[in-house]
Unconditional design. Structure first.
Length: 277
């Protein structure tokens, strides 16, 4: 038997992320309670960042429009900021903001720091006018030339896309060009033939081509796919959920991205830039 000082525990990677695959309804008060519970679980796991899905404030599978919209100083964002400040948990979350006219709303992702500060808003650029859906009938797109939303958490930079944006590699590349180490994709990915397969394949592709971690968080429930996943910068899926509501926490190590980018410098080798139109 040997004696001596106990060895130090292994160092934790720089940032810990909680994925909350929520089932969201049209009941905004109930959704606020569910988000507050997810923040509490994130704090209990000693995670730095909580990612909630697209339309986490209110959702209707038949379509979301101005009836679900709240301003940034409304009850939804205000409650998130209060809970973030109380727990030290940063939050990236999908919501619905008022549009430029009463007939339109904006599909947005809000970034809240662990001190409760509103750090930024991403307004979804690519509206989901596909597979029989028409978001543009109720929503207005964000400006394509707006600076990417990139949130710094514990020294790691998280760039934001939303749902249908995942099908457009330029959106991910703009975030990486703005310094993102991790791509975060809140989604309410519509269910249907091959849709879950496409969701997974696109998340893996965005990770490989950008040598970046992808945190893709879907809604659970009627009409949506769920199946949230976390993909490493080498394309390896480290976490994958099924269709049911769930909350899981993962560690993200920026050193892994640095190692992948050193061995596969595809970002440095590219010959084209991304220019909004």
């Amino acid at each position: 038997m040997t004696t001596g000082a106990r060895p130090d525990p292994p160092a934790r990677p720089a940032v810990r992320v909680t994925v909350a695959q929520m089932a969201v309804s049209a009941d905004r008060a109930a959704n606020r309670e569910a988000a507050a519970d997810a923040i509490a679980q994130t704090a209990h796991a000693r995670a730095d960042l909580l990612v909630l899905p697209e339309y986490a404030s209110a959702y209707d599978p038949a379509g979301v429009g101005p009836e679900a919209a709240e301003p940034l100083d409304g009850p939804w964002v205000s409650a998130l900021r209060e809970r973030a400040a109380a727990t030290g948990v940063a939050v990236l979350v999908g919501t619905v903001l008022p549009g430029s006219t009463p007939e339109r709303a904006v599909n947005a992702v809000v970034a809240v720091t662990g001190t409760g500060e509103l750090a930024g808003v991403y307004r979804k650029v690519h509206l989901y006018d596909a597979f029989g859906h028409r978001e543009s009938e109720r929503l207005e797109p964000g400006p394509a030339d707006a600076p990417p939303l990139v949130l710094d958490v514990a020294g790691t930079r998280f760039g934001v896309l939303t749902c249908y944006d995942l099908r457009f590699p330029e959106s991910a590349r703009r975030c990486v060009d703005a310094g993102a180490d991790v791509l975060v994709v809140p989604a309410a990915w519509a269910a249907g033939p091959l849709k879950a397969d496409q969701w997974r394949a696109l998340a893996v592709a965005r990770a490989i081509e950008n040598t970046a971690t992808v945190v893709a968080v879907g809604q659970a429930g009627r009409g949506v796919t769920g199946r949230s996943l976390v993909v490493g910068p080498d394309g390896v899926v480290g976490l994958e959920l099924d269709e049911r509501p769930a909350v899981r926490t993962v560690d993200v190590d920026p050193a892994a991205a640095a190692a992948v980018r050193a061995s596969n410098p595809s970002l440095a080798n590219r010959r084209y830039t991304v220019v909004p139109r």
